[in-house]
Design a protein around this ligand. Sequence first.
Ligand code: NI
Length: 136
Amino acid sequence: MRVKVSRKAHFNAAHRLYRSDWDLDQNKAVFGLCSNPNFHGHNYDLIVSVTGEIDPETGFVMDMKILKDLIKSEIENAFDHKNLNIEVPEFKTLNPTSENIAVVIYNKLRPHIALEKDIEVVLYETPRNFVTYSGS
Ligand code: NI
């Protein structure tokens, strides 16, 4: 009996989407407002889900306090109120799109959660735009 448990979190961060090998017009055409050379912010909402067997001793799939602390230490502390392009090493050469941010979040959490559990990351860049990554 596998059950999915989820924790919501939030961070504010600035970014700019661009390719240095494209000129401004091409960046604007593809990335729109997100290519503004002076950066801009988003209020990111994050849902991290863990799916696994219920531990018969505790009744938990995962202790939610541990998941909460993990998201705080690995994600919020690294991303919140940061300029993703400049201050977060993973995005030095990787465009900080929602897709790439979700993959980076997954990869940062994966080593800390038992392998028999599955992880799913849902990242909202706006209330209407969100991406999902679950490791494949
Ligand atoms: Ni943007």
